[in-house]
Design a binder for this molecule. Structure first.
Ligand SMILES: Cc1cc2nc3c(=O)[nH]c(=O)nc-3n(C[C@H](O)[C@H](O)[C@H](O)COP(=O)(O)O)c2cc1C
Length: 403
């Protein structure tokens, strides 16, 4: 589906005047393939209405388009890149309470990396027993995380089998005890938040439990709740139900709600806020290999036209920086494995997406990575908006330390 088609896929409310992407995607007459993609990519978007700066308890986030937690992706390196390109708040990938409590320093070092220029940043916890959560939350606070988020959403089968993540949406008492334990364990100036899917499934019972957990968590002192508009059973099949997000925000009133699901363009971020009234949005798959989504969302918020996709030299510089950060975190060998999946996503912004994707897939060492950049990003051609949702992400690694 083309970007423009996806933009038009949802009905919109009371449209303000449209803004047009600039023609800066100046066609490159040497590259007919680019001309085809550029022609398809003339995108009309709606300007956002003004927004309220996002606050999570005492933490002033400001710009309400933030980087979601992404297991296997939103490590320190990805967060640094997202922040440099406009994400106001980032969430670390989910961590298991038992990993934080039992594993050695080496396993945790990468997960817990927070630096002075990496704020505000949220650390997310997942587990099954309320007893483990309080102490694990203390570890996150000690590491420097500004917000402690609790995961009641992960749909991975192994996670559900161990009574963690999305499983807890069916266990109101346990879920609320976890929230209470974390809130008690964490100092008052550190907000606690929750991430939920809209239920285990589509049954009325599941819906009732959602609202019991939602209200119960706020009653126990959480500062905000992020709602992903898919059920656990649904995993990633079918759309995120934005109608449900609107209903939740109406129910929440002044309480802070962030929305999640199907945010694959800057325009979609603002459309979710406009259509549902949520206080902020968390960009997940849409930010993998496209951190410019934050810059583009900022431009729209400032009343500017949708910026053209980054040109190839800008892409090259960001990809190289991402690699360098990841290598400092993982070392060369593991970095190549880690960055391959990012390379696949970055390739979507290249006019020769298929060749670049294959080239990144074949990379086994740093020199090969550099060779891909030198070969395919040598000429400063215009880039492309990614065509498709980033739907091939590996969901298996939830909560494990990436050693
Ligand atoms: C690979 C992958 C890893 C994820 N890891 C986490 C996670 O660690 N914590 C979390 O709360 N949600 C996680 N999610 C869910 C996303 O944050 C988000 O709610 C979901 O992808 C819906 O948004 P999207 O449709 O815009 O991608 C993950 C999703 C994907 C695809």
């Amino acid at each position: 589906m083309s970007h423009a088609t996806r933009e038009n896929a949802r009905p919109t409310a009371a449209p303000p005047p449209p803004a047009r992407a600039p023609a800066s995607a100046a066609p490159n007459s040497l590259d007919p393939r680019f001309n085809d993609r550029a022609a398809e990519q003339s995108v009309t978007v709606e300007q956002p209405r003004s927004y309220r700066p996002l606050r999570i308890g005492p933490v002033e986030v400001g710009f309400p388009v933030v980087q979601a937690a992404l297991s296997g992706y939103s490590d320190w390196a990805m967060r640094r890149i997202a922040r440099a390109l406009g994400a106001s708040y980032t969430l670390c990938e989910v961590m298991l309470d038992e990993v934080l409590l039992r594993h050695g320093k080496r396993a945790k070092r990468r997960l817990l990396r927070v630096e002075d220029d990496d704020h505000p940043v949220g650390g997310q916890l997942m587990g099954s027993q309320p007893e483990g959560f309080g102490k694990a939350a203390g570890e996150l606070v000690a590491a420097g995380f500004d917000v402690i988020d609790i995961n009641f959403g992960c749909p991975v089968r192994k996670v559900l089998g161990r009574c963690r993540g999305g499983f807890l949406l069916g266990e109101v008492t346990t879920a609320l005890e976890i929230v209470a334990r974390v809130r008690e364990a964490v100092p008052p100036h550190i907000p606690v938040t929750v991430k939920m899917r809209r239920g285990l499934d589509d049954s009325p019972e599941s819906r009732e439990k959602f609202f019991q957990i939602f209200d119960g968590a706020f009653a126990r002192g959480v500062a905000a709740i992020t709602v992903h508009g898919r059920t656990v059973q649904q995993r990633y099949d079918g759309p995120s139900k934005w109608d449900f997000l609107r209903e939740v925000k109406q129910h929440a009133g002044q309480r802070t709600v962030l929305g999640s699901g199907d945010l694959f363009s800057a325009a979609a971020c603002w459309r979710m806020m406009r259509e549902t009234g949520v206080d902020g949005v968390t960009v997940a798959r849409g930010a993998i290999g496209n951190p410019w989504i934050f810059t583009q969302a900022q431009a729209l918020a400032a009343g500017k036209p949708l910026p053209a996709p980054p040109r190839l030299h800008e892409q090259r510089d960001v990809i190289a920086k991402h690699y360098q950060l990841a290598e400092s975190l993982y070392g060369e060998e593991q970095c190549c494995r880690m960055m391959r999946k990012f390379g696949i996503k970055y390739s979507r912004l290249h006019p020769q997406a298929d060749q670049v994707r294959s080239a990144f897939v074949a990379v086994k060492q740093r020199a090969e990575w550099q060779a891909v950049l030198a070969r395919y990003y040598r000429d400063d051609l215009p880039g492309c908006y990614p065509d498709e949702a980033a739907d091939e992400c590996n969901l298996q690694s939830c909560g494990a330390p990436s050693t």
